[in-house]
Ligand binder design. Structure first.
Ligand code: ADP
Ligand code: ASP
Ligand code: MG
Length: 413
């Protein structure tokens, strides 16, 4: 008998019909003799609708504590409905909010981090033969305030629950049947990966492949939780996220990702002297803004340009801070641009394969796409381009590296 944590995303619980489908899957797993804890998201579209309501009532930046109280209600609806649907099939089920399973987080509302979970409660429920149905995305801080974990956070709730109860597997059920070489909804030629390493999955998640939230992958890596990403509409085997040594798929590039949720800010003609970058990025950090790509040009005549990107949700705040800092550091101009996208290629194979960057730049040049910024790490290359070329860039890179690259296995080291 195994202990299985199953997570069902928004599209899998979009209406009562789908919730009943999930209930049947959960019951089938119980009847196969396993103990099951289920983590659910809000019904599809529900969180977006709650965010819109919050902005209607509270303006563009509603009070974060009240925002969390509101948006966490989406998941609370789903747990009750799913518990009822499981009970109707003759099985015991009980719903739990984040607070009820002691899902403790820090106090950073809207992007809280999980600190601990009271596994005892969940395990007692499972030992009774009852299915525990747990609300994803939400937690509670030390003072009892409701917190949420950031968009897509139910993935992280599920992996954290799986780690806490030492589950044999954390199954992430979604609307695609696994992790693909690129977004299958954008590129029909995308190919399902049977396995992917934690490191590659981490890069893909942080570079825009929203199939798993980044922190869920970090947790899984840290606590050794096996993740199986699969479809809630079929029984086909999905994708296993595994350790590097078990992940050989033979591709140099195993994924192409895109992220249209960033914005670019450029300070022109700032003084080329020590302390300038610190005076710009210090206040951004203090405001909790996570800066992504940064490029400082080679100085000329005592001045230089600094360009960086931030999440689009922080764009207004970041631009204001840059304008204020710009006055202090003598910038000639500060300009922002929301019409950009970051496109990346990811693959462990890059570690022992030269020429990926030059090939990537050639592919983009052949499509007439201009590269604005570049950043690299050992296993990824990202470029910033005009947003309107996103789809073209992703398709061209996928064709060049994955569709053509399949015939070119990477060197085994
Ligand atoms: P859920 O609501 O189940 O959490 P999400 O919408 O958060 O589902 O994530 C699933 C979506 O992720 C897919 O519908 C797909 O469009 C998108 N996606 C982006 N990149 C990838 C990828 N490389 N592999 C699979 N899905 C991807
Ligand atoms: N409902 C939340 C969201 O839409 C959390 C999740 O679905 O993972 O972001
Ligand atoms: Mg999701």
């Amino acid at each position: 008998m195994s202990l299985i944590v199953q997570k069902y995303g928004g599209t899998s619980v979009k209406d009562v019909e789908r919730i009943r489908n999930v209930a049947r899957r959960v019951v089938a797993t119980r009847e196969a003799g396993h103990r099951v804890a289920v983590v659910v998201s809000a019904m599809a579209g529900e969180t977006d609708a709650l965010v819109r309501l919050a902005q209607e009532a509270g303006g563009p930046d509603p009070d974060p504590r009240e925002y969390d109280v509101l948006v966490s209600t989406g998941e609370q609806k789903t747990i009750a409905l799913l518990a009822m649907a499981i009970q109707r099939l003759g099985h015991a089920a009980r719903s739990f909010t984040g607070a009820q399973i002691g899902m403790r987080t820090d106090t950073s509302h809207t992007r809280a981090r999980i600190q601990s979970i009271d596994a005892r409660h969940i395990l007692d429920t499972l030992d009774e033969g009852t299915v525990a149905v747990i609300a994803g995305f939400q937690g509670v801080d030390d003072d009892g305030n409701v917190t949420t974990l950031g968009r897509g956070g139910s993935d992280t709730s599920a992996v954290a629950v799986a780690a806490a109860v030492h589950a044999d597997v954390c199954e992430i059920y979604t609307d695609v049947d696994g992790v693909y070489t690129t977004d299958p909804n954008l590129v029909p030629a995308a190919r399902k990966l049977s396995k992917i390493s934690f490191d590659e999955m981490l890069e893909m998640a942080s570079l825009g492949a929203k199939v798993l939230q980044i922190r869920s992958v970090k947790f899984a890596m840290q606590y050794g939780v096996p993740i199986h990403v699969r479809s809630s509409f079929s029984d086909v085997e999905g994708t296993w996220v595994v350790r590097e040594e078990d992940a050989m798929e033979g591709l140099v590039v195993s994924g192409v990702t895109y992220n249209r949720n960033e914005a670019k800010i450029r300070l022109r003609g700032v003084k080329d002297q020590p302390g300038v970058a610190a005076r710009l990025f210090g206040p951004l950090g203090e405001a909790g803004i996570v800066v992504d790509m940064i490029v400082q040009n080679v100085g000329q005549d005592g001045s230089t340009d600094i360009t960086f990107t931030v999440p689009r949700t922080d764009y207004r705040k970041a631009l204001e801070i840059a304008e204020r800092a710009g006055v202090e550091i003598g910038a000639a101009a500060v300009a922002g641009d929301e019409g950009i996208a970051k496109v990346s290629v990811v693959g462990l194979g890059m570690k022992d394969h030269a020429g990926v960057a030059s090939r990537m730049f050639r592919v983009l040049a052949d499509e007439g796409i201009n590269i604005q910024l570049i950043s690299t790490s050992e296993i990824k290359i990202s470029v910033l381009i005009e947003a309107k070329y996103t789809e073209l860039a992703v398709r061209a890179l996928h064709a060049a590296f994955v569709e053509a690259g399949a015939a070119e296995p990477r060197a085994e080291s």
